[in-house]
Design a protein around this ligand. Sequence first.
Ligand code: EPU
Length: 447
Amino acid sequence: MDKLVIQGGLPLQGSVQISGAKNAALPIMAACLAIPGKTLLRSIPELRDITSMTGLLAQLGMSVSQGKAGEWLLESTDSQHSVADYELVRKMRASVCVLGPLLASRGEACVSLPGGCNIGHRPIDLHLKGLAALGAEIEIQSGYVIAKAAKLKGARIFLGGAMGSTVTGTCNIMSAAVLASGTTVIESAACEPEVVDLGNFLQACGAKIEGLGTPCITIDGVDNLSPTEYEIIPDRIEAATWIIAAAITRGDVTLENVVPEHLSAFLDKLTSLGVHCQVGTDSIRVSGVKKILAGDIVSLAYPGIPTDTQAQLTALLCLADGTSIVTDRVFPERFMYASELVRMGAKIRREANSVIIQGVNKLSGANVMASDLRASAALVIAALAAEGETTIRRIYHLDRGYENLTGKLTALGANVQRVSESSRKTTHSIPQPHWQQALLAKTPLDN
Ligand code: EPU
């Protein structure tokens, strides 16, 4: 298992290419289950979650092969297998995206229930409600969702829940409804760009969809979909992470391959925090940040500030001038990283679905542990700005969602090393107290 060792204090400088969006690529790859023939996908990022998805699709009878960098060719060659087993689903919750396409194209799906997660309670009741409304018979047996339907039928489905719309839930229902008979109307649909990207992909395959990007999506079912070639949108969350990293290090970084409109709320908030971005057609430059101002942030479904940037924004506000409150309205428990930032000198207090951050003048390097993907990104951001050396463990979370992170950081001038846990290299110039060494030795390596 690897860890990241970062010497903080260097401003990031240069340009960085944003990769294809993980959360668009995953449901689009899953949708290929329902498309006969060979589909070519471009700008698929090289990530652990993508590897997990290709493994799952292969298990479900798909031929999946990699072409040029970022290109994957997918073809459903054997439709006998409809079981997504626990071992694969527990590695990646987005495996649930195969439910809709499997059911629509093979008449049955048996998918392990994803279970708990480090960012909070994540039920899939809305996915199941939507598929049941399309006529599927659904039962839960031995931890699996077993769904069956000889032919799905279009329906009007309200897909909002207590926490608002559901991103992968909307993807699942849309991927199923495109092959249902008649018309489906999804109300309270998720408006995220990744949902729109899936819809655009399905349309390129012959699906009839209206209202993408709005809370009301109308789908007229078709008999068949046909294969296509499709390019995945740039990753807005990766872009937001680089913007924050540039800002906190007072750097000068140009992001290339971005869709600035996907980041409107985020960029607007950053302006009020003293981070000014020069926005081009498909680029964003961050430079000249002097003082980070305090401010209150609420993460919401799109077009609001994404929950997937909440942890990184909190890291930024640790060094703001004043007190800030960050609230997560999508995943109210998503603050496990906060106590790790406190170990770096941050002043953060948790209250219900918020953290209250009292800005400090400096952070200092420490041993910290990543708990999920975006939490890891927040720790990297804090480490880049901290005085001294930070060691981040459990960085396999980062491999799930940030393509070539170490390479991109190094190219921007950061002092970062990826070190194997078993390596004898000394990674700390500051001697660790005995109690801290003992604690690290006892910590389990996986969760
Ligand atoms: N929810 C329900 N019932 C459901 C589904 C969701 O109550 O059936 C609740 C959730 O518990 C949550 C809220 O609705 O409180 C929104 O959850 P959503 O279903 O939208 O999340 P998701 O589809 O499981 C996707 C992304 C997440 C991202 C969220 C919110 C993918 C593969 N994952 O998850 O990305 O945080 O939408 O935008 O698209 C990440 O990339 O780090 C990540 C966690």
